[in-house]
Design a protein around this ligand. Structure first.
Ligand SMILES: NC(=O)c1ccc[n+]([C@@H]2O[C@H](COP(=O)([O-])OP(=O)(O)OC[C@H]3O[C@@H](n4cnc5c(N)ncnc54)[C@H](OP(=O)(O)O)[C@@H]3O)[C@@H](O)[C@H]2O)c1
Length: 347
């Protein structure tokens, strides 16, 4: 799948961001590269939109758990139009509107995706919103339903509630009939989380925030804490999770990976649940994307249905043209964005 840079070759060329070394997003090149060649089991997508995430910040710095082979075009979550279908692939036609998860290659005008991780997008969903369905909404939905077994009446705490996976987590929890408590940095960010279904909000710099959340929850605490932040927020979750409650470890936006005191898990009868959406996408060493393809197909259909019904309303902070990628990355790492940061790749 690696797009080759040399001018020779017979594949058409395309605009792309190119990662030649692990220098971070400022070291990416915005350049012309050869379009990737179609492979068996894959479709070619004319990429319209791709999301920029904290995961991508880590990938291009060589700090992510999975390192693509250098040089490569980064970007994993896209939407666009199918432009070519390998002969052994059924279920897709040229012209289909799709969202896809890629191993890499999303920040280029053309991308190749394995058929297991490409999904049809209904006409009612704009492609700019569709690009955040699979990874962003997929993470929120799969972690809360598959791993944490969310149920009506649960009290669910969402850290980073105005962020990329935070807003979908608020919406998914509210749609599941949970009572949602949002945590974010400013009143405006909490207001956004409330507008997406949170019932309460609490600022992340509230003194002794864990104890404060527990006190608000009748002294019992929350049933599920959704944690994409880590650091002090994870410590707060340990303090406020109810007996037999669960903490879902999503990520470490704070940059701090928590250490877990096992004695607290024992004393409080609580579970800490790891969640890596990459498992279902084939990103783990065993590449299990085939095993999970049907489960993901059902998930994606439910997410699209939820968006069409208005239960889920993807938030795009801003859409930057591909050439302005540095501004987009800068805004994300400076915590100036809410929801997803989207790059317009073509169109
Ligand atoms: N496990 C998985 O499968 C999976 C899937 C997707 C994402 N993730 C991970 O989840 C984490 C969040 O991803 P995201 O896409 O939601 O990111 P995001 O859009 O940047 O949101 C992260 C939120 O965390 C809060 N935050 C607290 N401390 C922060 C800090 N020091 N720097 C930046 N943000 C901070 C911010 O909210 P406030 O400013 O309001 O505090 C921000 O809105 C990342 O670590 C990502 O890699 C994991």
């Amino acid at each position: 799948m690696t797009a080759r840079k040399p001018a020779r070759g017979d594949l058409p060329r395309m605009k792309a961001l190119y990662c030649t070394h692990w220098g971070g997003y400022k070291a990416l090149e915005y350049t012309d590269v050869e379009a990737p060649a179609l492979r068996d089991g894959c479709v070619r997508i004319a990429v319209h939109y791709a999301t920029i995430t904290l995961g991508q910040v880590l990938v291009v710095a060589g700090k992510y758990q999975r390192r693509p082979p250098l040089p490569f075009v980064p970007g994993t979550e896209v939407s666009g139009i199918v432009s070519e279908v390998a002969p052994d692939v059924a279920g897709f036609r040229v012209g289909d509107r799709v969202a896809a998860m890629l191993d890499w290659g999303g920040f280029g005008e053309e991308a190749i995706a394995t058929a297991e991780t490409v999904w049809q997008v209904p006409d009612a969903i704009d492609l700019s919103a569709a690009c955040s369905i699979p990874g962003t909404y997929g993470t929120a939905y799969a972690s809360l339903h598959w791993r944490a077994a969310i149920a009506p009446g649960h009290r669910v705490l969402v850290f980073g509630a105005a962020g990329g996976v935070g807003i979908p987590a608020v919406e998914v929890a509210a749609q599941a009939g949970a009572h949602v408590i949002a945590v974010a940095r400013t009143p405006e960010r909490l207001a956004l989380a409330r507008a997406h279904g949170a019932h309460e909000g609490i600022l992340n710099d509230t003194p002794d925030i864990g104890r404060a959340i527990k006190a608000r929850s009748g002294g019992r605490g929350v049933d599920i804490a959704f944690d994409p932040v880590g650091g002090a927020m994870f410590d707060a979750a340990l303090r406020c999770v109810a007996p037999e409650g669960k903490i879902v470890v999503i990520g470490f936006a704070s940059g701090s990976v928590p250490q877990i005191p096992a004695n607290l898990l024992l004393v409080k009868n609580i579970d800490v649940i790891g969640f890596n959406f990459g498992l279902y996408l084939g990103w783990t060493p065993g590449d299990e994307r085939r095993r999970f393809a049907e489960r993901l197909r059902v998930l994606m259909a439910a997410l699209c249905e939820g968006i069409v019904a208005g239960d889920f309303r993807p938030v795009t902070s801003a859409t930057w043209p591909l050439a302005s990628y540095i501004d987009a990355f800068d805004a994300l790492v400076a915590r100036q964005t809410v929801g997803r940061v989207v790059l317009r790749i073509r169109g």
